[in-house]
Design a protein around this ligand. Structure first.
Ligand SMILES: Cc1cc2nc3c(=O)[nH]c(=O)nc-3n(C[C@H](O)[C@H](O)[C@H](O)COP(=O)(O)OP(=O)(O)OC[C@H]3O[C@@H](n4cnc5c(N)ncnc54)[C@H](O)[C@@H]3O)c2cc1C
Length: 465
């Protein structure tokens, strides 16, 4: 399916200055930036309507030093944000790239708000693990579908064509290594070819390709795939063929709290505000506050690969700002109980063990003793009846490994040389999480989609000039 071929003798049916593969957040932001920089832009998208993993996400984008934070009296800086990313990622990613993205993302969100009408604000009522300031920015519904729809509307307002139902299959290269165009298949099986002066790969990672997941992240082979099924690793597969450098291929975002069997994300606010997780034996099994990404594998190691996320009515009130949580409630994924005994009965968890775990957590919150998993419970209030619980599993959300790029989002070869007119952004490019799930700081996904998308779009416009 994926091929890279010489362009000799190939005729193109259409031409673009900047051609973008993928209409997720990365591709749409890249398109807006390339158009503003004066390029004629075309986006191709395999689906009938752009959605991608972006639509499945909570649509929350971390940014530091924004006016949205200042309006909410939050002190923050790109340097602090970069430090948080590097600490979570065990200092594995390239520090210069991390600093570059941390600097860029704030102005990009303000540009999207001011020039393209996306009404961002910052979440002020809870903190995400590893972020030392409240810096998650979202749209009013806090959903990724709202983000993708607003971006698509902005692209349409700029009269940038999105060719939907176009699955890119082939890159055509000139002898100097530059990309001359692509071919793709249409739903009726026909092939179409589009020439370009610069190409942006914005077709995300390989989480939808089981063989690639088994090769690069074997422990997640059996995990629920919760990302977009159309992300089958095309950027990585083309990259391999042209000798691009692939980095941190085992890096990924997991999530340890996807409601079962409903398949709905239960916000990690349920944990960060003082909830905890138990397995089928009613016992905790980890420091849940370390991060939801690494918690996916922790949950999958429990009996039947399941756990219960336990919280209370106050926390449910905070989580309810997310449409996902409202849906989870509407679909009966959230159990409510008047006491721990009642909760044990309704969840089927062993009552004595659950009561002992709840008592242990309450004691830790009072400052009595040290958590054997190392979690600091000192800044969160005790849980109070009525209690709530959701039965959850661990899932793979998206891959973080990908094509190495420079600070203009040029794809690099194994000797660090830039391919002349080939750029990558979002999940197609390597992220800033390093090679482990625990390196993923909340928001790293959309950070590289939106900040690197904007960088790639502007750079591709100048590559095409
Ligand atoms: C449930 C969930 C929750 C998440 N929550 C967050 C969050 O709150 N914050 C955060 O930062 N990140 C979050 N993420 C991660 C985030 O969604 C991704 O990192 C981000 O959306 C990646 O954007 P993208 O544009 O690279 O990819 P996508 O949005 O997946 O877009 C890629 C597009 O490329 C298209 N495509 C693929 N191959 C081809 C091809 N060959 N030809 C044509 N088109 C192609 C796909 O159909 C798709 O539309 C979450 C992920 C999931 C699954």
């Amino acid at each position: 399916m994926n091929a890279v071929r010489p362009v000799d003798g190939i005729a193109f049916e259409a031409e673009a200055d900047v051609l973008i593969i993928g209409a997720g957040a990365a591709g749409l932001v890249a398109a807006l930036a390339a158009k503003e920089a004066g390029a004629e832009v075309v986006i191709v998208e395999r689906d009938a309507v752009p959605s991608g993993s972006t639509a499945l996400s909570a649509g929350l984008i971390p940014a530091a030093g924004t006016r949205f934070q200042r309006q909410a009296d939050i002190e923050d800086s790109p340097a602090l944000f970069a430090r948080d990313i590097l600490e979570k990622a065990h200092h594995e990613p390239d520090a210069a790239m991390v600093g570059h993205l941390a600097e860029r993302i704030g102005p990009v969100l303000e540009w999207l708000a001011d020039h393209h009408g996306l009404p961002f604000d910052v979440i002020t009522n809870f903190s995400y693990p590893g972020h030392s300031a409240r810096r998650m920015h979202g749209l009013p519904k806090r959903t990724g579908s709202e983000l993708i729809d607003r971006l698509r509307e902005a692209v349409e307002a700029q009269e940038i064509p999105i060719l939907t139902g176009f699955r890119a299959t082939t890159l055509f290269r000139r002898q100097d290594g530059a990309i001359a165009g692509i071919a793709g298949t249409r739903p009726d099986g026909s092939e179409e070819r589009i020439g370009c002066k610069a190409l942006v790969l914005a077709c995300n990672g390989y989480g939808g390709n089981r063989a690639l997941v088994a090769r690069h992240i074997p422990k997640m082979t059996e995990a629920l795939w919760f990302g977009h099924s159309g992300n089958e690793g095309d950027a990585v597969l083309w990259g391999e063929q042209i000798g691009a450098e692939l980095v941190d291929m085992s890096g990924h975002q997991g999530h340890g709290s996807v409601a079962q069997p409903h398949g709905i994300l239960i916000s990690w606010a349920t944990i960060m505000e003082g909830g905890f997780q138990v397995n089928a034996l009613g016992e905790r099994f980890s420091d849940e506050s370390h991060g939801y990404s690494e918690q996916a594998a922790n949950v999958l190691r429990q009996p039947a690969g399941k756990a219960w996320t336990i919280f209370d009515a106050r926390i449910a009130g905070i989580a309810r700002q997310f449409e996902d949580f409202q849906n989870a409630e509407a679909q009966g994924a959230i159990v409510s109980a008047t006491s721990i005994e009642d909760l044990a009965m309704k969840t089927g968890l062993p009552e004595a063990a659950l009561a002992a775990t709840a008592a242990e957590v309450a004691a830790l919150k009072r400052g009595e003793g040290q958590d054997r998993f190392g979690r600091d419970f000192s800044n969160v209030p005790p849980l109070a009846a009525p209690f709530h619980a959701a039965r959850v599993t661990g899932a793979l959300f998206h891959t973080q490994g990908g094509l190495r790029v420079d600070d203009a989002a040029h794809v690099l070869d194994k000797d660090g040389r830039a391919f002349p007119n080939l750029h990558a952004c979002g999940g197609a490019a390597v992220g800033v999480s390093g090679a482990q799930a625990s390196g993923y700081l909340s928001g790293n996904g959309l950070l590289t989609a939106v900040a690197l998308g904007e960088i790639a779009g502007r750079a591709a416009a100048s590559s095409s000039a």
